[in-house]
Ligand binder design. Sequence first.
Ligand SMILES: [Zn+2]
Length: 268
Amino acid sequence: MGGMHLDETAYVRIVPADAAGDVRWGLEPLVAMVDRAARAVRRQFPDTITSVGHLSREGGGEVERHRSHESGRDADIGFYARSANGRQLFASHFVPFRANGAAAGWPGAYFDDAKNWALIAAMLNDSEARVTHVFVAAPLRARLLAYAERSGVPVPLRVRAAEVMQQPRGALPHDDHFHVRIACPAHMGGCVENPMLRPRSPAPLHPMVAAGRRGPAPYGPGVFPLRRSPPPPLAPAHSPGNSHPNESRDETGAPPASIVAPVDDADG
Ligand SMILES: [Zn+2]
């Protein structure tokens, strides 16, 4: 609910292999964060373009090849690649990189430590969204943390990056892109932070929610070149106590992320 579209810009490109199906919708904090982070990297490294893959489908729900990406809080972002002389390189799909920074399937391309770290730092410092997970292969995580240390990045940011960047369990190692997940926005009462840990009985609805009060549109006018989805159609209510998307807006008008999604991502 309240989905926002991530558009291509001078500084955001959609990876051609992931362009079909327009899987580029997300909660406003996620979409705006990706936009802000891409601009931040470009400010630091002029002419840089950020490669984005899948977010979520319009309205959410299942996305092929993913176990998450269902509730608008997940985004796949390609690694920045460079040539030996530092020029940015682009591929038509995500390309795996090895611990030494080279890519077996892409001769002459190297993992760009500086830009990839800049993206991580920008997302962790985002003014609105709070990143809870960045899935990335362990050797690349180690490269980024080593780069940050060499570069004199303050310890608190490096500690936070070390906590957030993880190689996922039970999924592909993510050696060809970052999978980024943000926390439930503070105002989204129905959002389930980690569905894998969800208690058996749902929390009671807020009285205002139970009364079916509707709030204003979830978000104000956007400042970025982003499109909004129309409000979702009303659907029949589920059993009492079930947090249905159309019944569980709280008095602030915030949409819940009631579509549960595991954190792990199987897309690789
Ligand atoms: Zn993903």
